[in-house]
Design a protein. Structure first.
Length: 262
């Protein structure tokens, strides 16, 4: 599938114009089932200072403004061709060791009610995939994605795609399976969602495999994979902090500015 993407983001800084430093994870990578034909990142209010691979293997950009400003505009645009690989990503150049993704973070603490039934099930070999599919379905039984399937008798907790991804990752890590957070886009019926999130789990034979617990399926050729991390905080698309002028702000104001930029 050939997917054209255009995504615009605007961030306003208050209470005053600032010099800012930004870290962007908005550039997808090419691999066996995803080929990036063209991709451009336009930044209004700042200049691109460096391009590099971060610790997770993501294509990262550093941006900053030479004069103080009160807003940052980012437009990403490109064409990506994908094929359906049943969610299999494999092993990518620059990936850290899978064991890193067994690390529990505050956002990925496991809910025992979601993974307890899988204790004792195989977490290696051919049956690992069945365990991961079972975990994905179990999460769907206990959580619902937004209000799409809301019913009067539906008592499941309403959750975002990020919540589903964190629940899956937490359950997988509790079972000793490396799992990581993924950001990207999904094209459905010709419409492109602004952003989406899912998870990947590691299999020694196949490498990394995607699981979208929010939609109850493995990623298809409708998915464009952009960045990965331990959780949503390490894979966030845009992270900005004051670079100059922060000495005049209280600590809580600096924290609020960083949060608003996320």
């Amino acid at each position: 599938m050939r997917i054209a993407i255009r995504h615009q983001m605007t961030f306003a800084f208050d209470p005053e114009p600032l010099r800012i430093s930004g870290h962007l994870l908005v550039t997808p990578r090419s691999f066996e089932s995803q080929r990036v034909h063209s991709w451009n990142v336009a930044v209004e209010g700042a200049q691109v200072g460096a391009r590099f691979r971060d610790a997770y293997g993501n294509a990262a950009l550093l941006v900053g403004n030479s004069t103080p400003g009160d807003r940052l505009g980012i437009t990403v645009e490109g064409l990506v061709e994908t094929i359906d690989s049943s969610g299999v990503v494999g092993r990518l150049e620059g990936d850290p060791v899978p064991a890193l993704f067994r690390r529990v973070t505050p956002l990925t603490r496991a809910n025992v009610t979601l993974f307890s039934k899988f204790r004792g099930t195989p977490t290696r070999g051919p049956e690992l995939i069945d365990t991961l599919h079972g975990l994905m379905l179990r999460i769907g039984e206990n959580m619902r994605f937004g209000k799409e399937d809301e019913r009067d008798d539906d008592e499941r907790d309403e959750a975002t795609a990020a919540d589903f991804a964190h629940a899956f990752i937490g359950g997988a890590r509790a079972l000793g399976i490396p799992a990581r957070y993924v950001t990207g886009y999904v094209a459905e019926d010709g419409d492109l969602s602004a952003t989406h999130a899912w998870a990947e789990a590691f299999d020694e034979n196949l490498g990394w495999i995607g699981f979208d617990a929010a939609l109850g399926r493995c990623p298809t050729d409708a998915y464009v994979r952009v960045a990965v991390g331990l959780d949503a905080t390490s894979a966030i698309a845009v992270r900005c902090v004051p670079a100059i002028g922060a000495e005049n702000l209280a600590a809580e104001e600096v924290a609020a500015l960083a949060e608003s930029a996320q």
